[in-house]
Design a protein around this ligand. Structure first.
Ligand SMILES: N[C@@H](CCC[C@H](N)C(=O)O)C(=O)O
Length: 279
């Protein structure tokens, strides 16, 4: 049995465990990050989270994050997870600005302010790529018009007309579950359902690859905003409201980096008992 130190944090309800790679490298085999994520993210039998951010502090002083979803799949990055790590670095080490490497590119995070328990952070999220597509999915009636959006990780964004975000005779959760794993998307996809509320505000729902419905998503906010800007003429500075609350986005031009600002809160720190030979 080993004790693994963890931090639990959330951004608008999208929750993550933050674990130092150095705390697990001596006990964790090469393929066990996935198994550890499945174990510790389980909401009924363990701590529970949408994913784990493993923090790898490298000899040259840089920091690299590996994100594992709750189902054990490894993603390129998480926008909210990256912000949770930045919030922890601000709270525990007083770091105000940091470059965090991910498989989706480096994300520069800057502390903007603190409001009570919330650390407000601006993240440079890379340059989104928006590709309008109409897709056909097995088990779904009719074509689905939307956009493939890459913000370091893959998203498919659709614009349902119904106020409850349903589309094609299905709830957004049912439709999201089908699109997320369709073989059309070789590595799976996150799915967002976006409704334009005004020229400067969108509301959206998120079905995450490797995790299911979530209350918020940093990359989902960026993907939804980029699609709404390019395909629905929404302003380049906007508010994006998900079930867990809002985040603000600014995308000065198509080839500029998208800036994302929102809060993150540290929930607790602790130690988890893990029996590695049973993972
Ligand atoms: N919630 C995250 C996205 C996490 C990764 C995603 N599930 C994927 O597999 O790409 C965010 O805040 O960006």
């Amino acid at each position: 049995m080993s004790l693994i130190s963890f931090v639990k944090a959330h951004a608008r309800g999208n929750d993550f465990l933050v674990i130092e790679e150095s705390a697990v490298e001596s006990v964790l085999g090469h393929r066990q990050h996935a198994a550890l994520a499945r174990k510790l993210c389980s909401r009924n039998t363990s701590i529970g989270a949408d994913g784990i951010e493993f923090v790898d502090r490298r000899a040259d002083g840089s920091i690299f994050l590996r994100l594992f979803n709750a189902d054990g799949s490894e993603a390129e990055l998480s926008g909210n997870g990256t912000r949770c790590v930045a919030a922890w670095l601000a709270q525990s080490e007083g770091i105000q600005e940091v470059d965090l490497g991910t498989h989706g590119g480096v994300r520069r995070c800057k502390l903007v302010r603190r409001e009570g328990a919330e650390w407000w952070i601006e993240s440079a999220m890379g340059v989104p790529r928006v590709m309008p597509r109409t897709i056909e999915i097995a088990g779904v009636d009719g074509p689905i018009a939307g956009a493939m959006v890459n913000v370091g990780n893959p998203h498919f964004v659709i614009f349902p007309e119904a106020e409850d975000f349903s589309s094609h005779g299905m709830t957004w959760q049912q439709l999201g579950a089908k699109i997320a794993v369709d073989p059309l998307f070789r590595f799976g996809t996150n799915v967002e359902f976006v409704r334009v509320k005004s020229a400067e505000e969108i509301e959206f729902r998120i079905f995450e690859r490797g995790c299911g419905p979530t209350t918020s998503s940093g990359t989902g906010t960026c993907a939804s905003s980029a699609a709404a800007i390019k395909l629905r003429g929404v302003a380049r500075k906007l508010g994006a409201i998900a079930e867990g609350g809002g985040q603000s986005v600014e995308w000065p031009s198509d080839d500029a980096e998208m800036m994302l600002t929102g809060p993150a809160e540290i929930i607790c720190t602790g130690e988890a008992e893990v029996q590695f030979d049973l993972l």
